[in-house]
Design a protein around this ligand. Structure first.
Ligand code: HEC
Ligand code: HEC
Length: 299
């Protein structure tokens, strides 16, 4: 086979090719002769340099795998060890600050710039992980989930009120949860459908005093005084002790249409906010409380 493809003989080696002036290798394929073209010097030396570099690298850094471990290299470099050390350092730093956060009264944290900055960073993170899904990214809220960035609070916007809400929740299974229940005026037949229509008309005048009042508003005022004022206040200003939202307001948990108001009176929704004391540690609850308080509506 070799004869068919390449027949070289020493005699033809070193022959000069008249066109290029180069010598040939002596290989001859049916009359075609192969020129002897050496690798360029720069190429050859670059290749040698990479081999030398490769061997050096393998000696200095971890390289050869063994069965249960590996050759660690002369300088014993390990990315895992570096990361572990960094994480440990961070944890110690964080633990120090978080312990301090637990020791300082919430109202005084703001006076310590460094502590406040770390608390806000931790709070922002905890909020994104645990609260944002319900309350929105900036705490802007959505139907059924109150805004935390505004100044309309159902249960209270002071540091202590927020901390209590976050710790024990609202209508959560925790025994210290904030609990209150708006009666089911329609479903339990406490009011007649006519009375519900009237009080709905009246509530709409609280929601939007500028809009023309519905036909039942005047009678509805009386129904309100007898059935609703105990929780929502004489003037519909709301009552935090029982988590009854202000009705004389432009901010509403369950929407501001007549239909939404009527539905709430007939068969009230009762919002549930989880208790976080079993899921977040004390310092994180404090941090997220400070963060929520700082969203803009804190009292
Ligand atoms: C599963 C949904 C859900 C999650 C998650 C959630 N909340 Fe709530 N939260 C609610 C609901 C619903 C209410 C309103 C309860 C009501 O109707 O009184 C509420 C109420 C509140 C209130 C009281 C607002 C007021 O006006 O008084 C605060 C403060 C609050 N949440 C903070 C948080 C924080 C901080 C987190 C994260 C640690 C969080 N929430 C996570 C559903 C949620
Ligand atoms: C026992 C206290 C209580 C009484 C009495 C009561 N409510 Fe409520 N009401 C609440 C609570 C608590 C909520 C908030 C429910 C929630 O957070 O999920 C509420 C919510 C509402 C809402 C929704 C507010 C919003 O922001 O979307 C309306 C409207 C309302 N009540 C109207 C009435 C009317 C009208 C009456 C009387 C016929 C009445 N309530 C009687 C406790 C009460």
């Amino acid at each position: 086979m070799a004869d068919n493809i390449a027949s070289g003989d020493d005699a033809s080696r070193g022959e000069h090719d008249p066109v290029t002036g180069r010598s040939t290798t002596g290989h001859d394929w049916d009359g075609l002769k192969e020129l002897n073209t050496p690798l360029p010097k720069w190429w050859f030396w670059t290749f040698v340099a990479t081999v030398v570099w490769g061997i050096g690298y393998a000696v200095v850094y971890p390289s050869v795998p063994w069965i249960n471990s590996y050759y660690p290299g002369l300088i014993g470099y390990s990315q895992r060890a570096t990361v572990t050390a960094d994480v440990q350092k961070l944890a110690t730093q964080r633990a120090e600050v978080m312990t301090k956060l637990n020791a300082v009264p919430l109202a005084e944290v703001k006076q310590d710039d460094a502590l406040y900055a770390v608390a806000m960073a931790a709070g922002r993170l905890a909020f994104a992980e645990n609260c944002q899904a319900c309350h929105g990214a900036g705490g802007q809220g959505r139907p059924g989930f109150p805004a935390l960035a505004g100044d309309a609070w159902i249960w209270g916007g002071s540091l202590d009120a927020i901390r209590q809400t976050v710790t024990y929740g609202i209508r959560s299974p925790h025994p210290d949860a904030r609990i209150s229940q708006m009666p089911r005026f329609g479903a339990d037949a406490i009011l007649t459908p006519a009375e519900i229509g009237q009080v709905t008309d009246f509530v709409m005048t609280l929601y939007d005093p500028a809009a023309p009042a519905g036909a039942g508003a005047a009678d509805g005022a009386k129904v309100f005084e007898e059935n609703c004022a105990a929780c929502h206040g004489e003037k519909g200003e709301g009552m935090r002790e029982v988590g009854a939202p202000a009705l004389r307001s432009s901010v509403h948990l369950y929407g501001d249409t007549r239909e939404a108001v009527r539905a709430q009176i007939a068969t009230p929704k009762q919002g549930v906010m989880p208790n976080w004391n079993t899921r977040l540690d004390e310092a994180t609850i404090r941090a997220v409380t400070l963060y929520v308080h700082g969203l803009g509506g804190g009292e």
